[in-house]
Write a protein that binds this ligand. Structure first.
Ligand SMILES: Nc1ncnc2c1ncn2[C@@H]1O[C@H](COP(=O)(O)OP(=O)(O)OP(=O)(O)O)[C@@H](O)[C@H]1O
Length: 365
């Protein structure tokens, strides 16, 4: 089932243009990866496919039919959805989690259980895990359950939003292999969101690179975008990451760490605030970001915050610093000490400056 974005724009009520006149076609039975820095509109684009977000203008066609004309509940039955941290129901067993959609579709309990067991096996989990609760599984196992749940009703389309970002790099590679193996058998139409160009190139039949502001920078096969980047932005984005593995060995010692403005949870920040503020708890640990222009006339809680990206622990390989900057909504990668306390922040530019001055580190990638 092919998907077509035709001149799709999304402007949120606060005026943010998250997606700007996006046109692209996702061919049937292929994996298309949306990739780009934090805030470039990847998640918004994905959620417009299953109508969790409605476009301001333009159309999204699923198998030739405008999704806006379809009942959202019916539409979503044909679309599996997998998110970061799997989003499992904590108080349901693994088997029950996977059986959720078949039960909603009115299958008998016995048939839903059978299907759930079969799916656990499909995603490489042993049936015994079915009796456990999500908290009793590793992060990687939880993601597999998330994939199994999304596949339960055998939807032709799968939407995956940074599904593997919260697990460590080794587990992540295992999950990527598993997805490719599954896909070779199932042939779903998959739209996959990530900020990691390595992951995009590995998984995508096609890769769509978005820039902040929600405009499509380039769309093509991985070989295409790596070999023929259309402009400096794409070249920078794919270029620096092509040597990414080499970066694992390059130390981030030389990266300048700047002070980051913080605000303690429980304070009353007032506002409107200037610039991004990093909220910290009593132990000095980062809890999320307060966006610029916020007015909070009550005690600051996590409910006021935008979730942060990955953290960079000082002394770890430089790849982590770049990841932290790219995944942060503020563009500032949060640097913590061994105890998890905030030390400061780095921008992607600062990290890239160091990398560009160490071509040997990149060349080994
Ligand atoms: N409900 C909302 N209201 C207002 N602005 C929003 C809303 N959701 C997202 N945005 C803004 O729209 C832009 C695109 O957000 P989106 O989540 O689609 O980006 P993304 O590329 O998926 O980012 P990330 O990698 O950080 O998840 C950002 O500037 C974001 O702050």
């Amino acid at each position: 089932m092919g998907i077509e974005f035709a001149g799709v724009t999304k402007r949120y009520p606060n005026g943010t243009v998250a997606v700007d006149d996006l046109s692209l076609t996702v061919p049937d039975g292929t994996i298309t990866v949306l990739v780009g820095p934090s805030g470039c509109g990847k998640t918004t684009s994905l959620r417009m496919i299953n109508r969790m977000v409605e476009p301001t203008s333009g159309r999204i066609l699923l198998d030739g039919t405008d999704v806006a004309t379809q009942d959202p509940a019916l539409l979503r039955r044909g679309i599996g959805y997998v998110i970061q941290h799997a989003g499992l129901f904590p108080h349901r067993t693994v088997l029950h989690n996977v059986a959720t959609v078949p039960l909603l579709l009115g299958w008998s309990r016995a048939r839903a259980r059978e299907r759930a067991k079969e799916l656990l096996e499909t995603v490489g989990l042993s049936a015994e895990l079915g009796a456990r609760y999500p908290a009793q599984l590793s992060g990687g196992q939880q993601q597999r359950v998330g994939v199994a749940r999304a596949l339960a009703a055998d939807p032709p389309v799968l939407l995956m939003d940074e599904p593997f970002s919260a697990v460590d790099p080794v587990v992540r590679e295992g999950l990527q292999d598993e997805l490719l193996r599954l896909q070779s058998r199932l042939g779903k139409t998959i739209v996959f969101v990530t900020h990691d160009i390595d992951e995009a190139v590995r998984l995508g039949d096609r890769v769509a690179i978005l820039r902040v502001g929600g405009a499509l920078a380039q769309y093509g096969t991985p070989a295409d975008v790596l070999r023929h980047p259309v402009d400096d932005f794409v070249a920078g984005f794919v270029g620096r990451d092509r040597g990414y593995r080499g970066l694992s060995f390059l130390s981030a010692e030389r990266v300048r760490i700047d002070e980051v403005p913080t605000v303690p949870l429980g304070d009353v920040p007032g506002g409107p605030t200037e610039g991004w503020l990093l909220a910290v708890n009593a132990a000095g640990e980062p809890r999320g970001w307060l966006p610029p222009g916020s007015t909070v006339d009550e005690k600051l809680t996590e409910g006021h915050l935008v979730a942060g990206g990955s953290l960079y622990q000082r002394g770890a390989p430089i790849r982590g610093a770049l990841d932290a900057a790219l995944s942060s909504p503020s563009g500032l990668g949060v640097v913590v000490d061994a105890g998890g306390e905030v030390i400061g922040a780095v921008t992607a530019r600062q990290v890239l400056d160091v990398i560009e001055n160490h071509p040997e580190g990149v060349a080994h990638g």
